[in-house]
Write a new protein. Structure first.
Length: 201
């Protein structure tokens, strides 16, 4: 049995809406809803068979699910690249701090050069090493930053597609509500639900 889809009576006052987890809702009704509501809720709450839905609504559902999956993949990829960027940025900041530290030592050694030329040479060598690490870290940061921007652009496009598909789905749901209400009357006889949502589950 499928565990998600359009459902009747998921919430009070709403005839039909998308249910992401049928089994979880059933458990919630049994464990969190008032005892005097549970029997009626369990009777009326049900997933609508896909083959009974209007074709246009099925198409909108399928497109929404496809775009939602695409958006989730893009979001996962963006999160992965973002983590990589954060690690590279941390390394770069670490190298910057080290470079600043060594550069300060170099400046101090330069001021004391006449007195401590040997110490200046040592600090200068350390500065060169830190500068190389800094450049490497900065180059890696630039590379990851480009990946981050690309992943974010993909994420934004997927999010826009998701929102458009969601709007089309809502439009299709509204357009097919009369047919769904007829189907509800057939599948849920003697149901106390009314359009205003003042009675029923």
């Amino acid at each position: 049995m499928k565990n998600s889809g359009l459902a009747f009576h998921l919430r009070k006052g709403v005839l039909v809406e998308w249910c992401w987890d049928y089994k979880k809702v059933m458990v919630d009704i049994k464990t969190t809803k008032p005892l005097n509501e549970q029997e009626l809720r369990l009777k009326l709450f049900r997933l609508i068979p896909k083959d009974r839905l209007p074709p246009a609504l099925n198409e909108a559902n399928d497109e929404w699910n496809r775009v939602n999956t695409k958006w989730n993949r893009a979001n996962d990829e963006w999160n992965k690249v973002n983590d990589k960027w954060n690690r590279a940025n941390a390394e770069w900041e670490k190298a910057c701090a080290e470079w600043n530290k060594v550069d300060a030592e170099w400046q101090k050694a330069c001021a004391e050069w006449e007195k401590a030329d040997a110490e200046w040479q040592k600090a200068d060598a350390e500065r060169e090493k830190a500068d190389a690490e800094y450049r490497n870290a900065y180059a890696e940061w630039n590379k990851v930053n480009a990946e981050y921007r690309n992943a974010y652009a993909i994420y934004r496009n997927a999010r826009a597609e998701y929102r458009n598909a969601r709007a089309e789905w809502s439009k299709a749901l509204k357009a097919n509500m009369p047919e769904l209400e007829k189907l509800h009357n057939e599948l849920c006889p003697d149901c106390p639900w009314n359009r205003e949502g003042k009675r029923g589950c």
